[in-house]
Design a protein around this ligand. Structure first.
Ligand code: FPP
Length: 259
């Protein structure tokens, strides 16, 4: 019988010099995971929070610079009230439990989205952990909360229009760098690697601008089953890909040889 590879086998095969700088995750399938076992959906989110811990720890340990998690979309407000409330409560608990480890590990907590819509207690807890971890330099963990990519781009357009109207910027100065600097993610690198769990093949309004050249990875695993080994497998697949940014494979290889 062939042996299932364990985490250290998997990690030994991972080329650590080809890791993505910025990993983004659409954490899908918590509800289905729970329903499959006859459990309430909220139990799926709780199990998903364990996967969040595993993904954060593994990214930090391997040296990923930025990790962005789609924790609550703008559209998620339409879910049953009790599920929405449970998600915010879970996030509050996560922040309280993880604060010390984030500090110890040099992780800076960041949040993007319409944060003014968050319940007051969640917003306060979030602000506190963000302020406490502001000096973290090893990795930035961004939670997308009440987030939508089109909403982010629309807000960026408003910001730029206001600067033009105020005479601070000429219309011809609105270039890609100016747009990128007006996004919630102005201080993050572009997304290199997008992971979506649970077999859905969509981007669901996530980081639309930032993923222009990202590599996509889809897995059938529901998010609560997406733990260390699954992440290392995904990163191994990323390391094998050739990122061309519009160039030919030959050009990319020549540039790499010249490095
Ligand atoms: C999608 O699964 C998941 C969410 C809407 C919430 C994600 C939240 C967590 C992983 C847990 C808490 C987060 C943090 C940061 C502690 P779904 O409910 O849409 O699953 P389904 O498609 O199977 O119904």
């Amino acid at each position: 019988m062939t042996k299932e590879p364990n985490l250290s086998d998997l990690e030994s095969r991972l080329d650590k010099s080809s890791l993505p700088r910025h990993v983004a995750v659409i954490m899908d399938g918590n509800g289905r995971w729970a329903q499959r076992q006859g459990l309430p959906r909220v139990r799926g989110h709780e199990a998903g929070a364990e996967s969040v811990r595993a993904v954060v720890r593994t990214c930090r340990r391997l040296g990923v610079e930025a990790l962005t998690l789609y924790a609550f979309s703008e559209e998620n407000w339409a879910r049953p009230k009790a599920e929405v409330a449970a998600l915010w409560k879970l996030l509050g608990r996560f922040l309280k439990q993880e604060r010390a480890e984030m500090l110890a590990q040099g992780i800076r907590l960041n949040a993007i989205g319409s944060l003014h819509k968050l319940p007051t207690a969640t917003a306060q807890a979030l602000r506190k952990v963000m302020a406490d971890t502001a000096g973290g330099r090893q990795m930035v963990l961004t939670l997308a909360l009440s987030y939508g990519g089109r909403q982010e781009l629309t807000e960026a357009a408003h910001r730029l229009c206001r600067r033009v109207a105020a005479g601070q910027l000429r219309p011809e100065d609105v270039d890609e760098a100016a747009v990128a600097a007006s996004l919630y993610t102005h201080d993050l690198p572009d997304v290199d690697f997008l992971i979506r769990t649970s077999g859905e093949l969509r981007v669901s309004n996530f980081l639309l601008w930032q993923m222009a050249y990202a590599e996509f990875y889809f897995t059938e695993l529901h998010f609560p089953d997406f733990r260390e080994a699954a992440l290392v497998e995904a990163l191994t697949e990323y390391a094998r890909r050739q990122r061309r940014f519009g160039q030919t494979g030959q050009q990319v290889e020549e540039a790499a040889r010249g490095r």
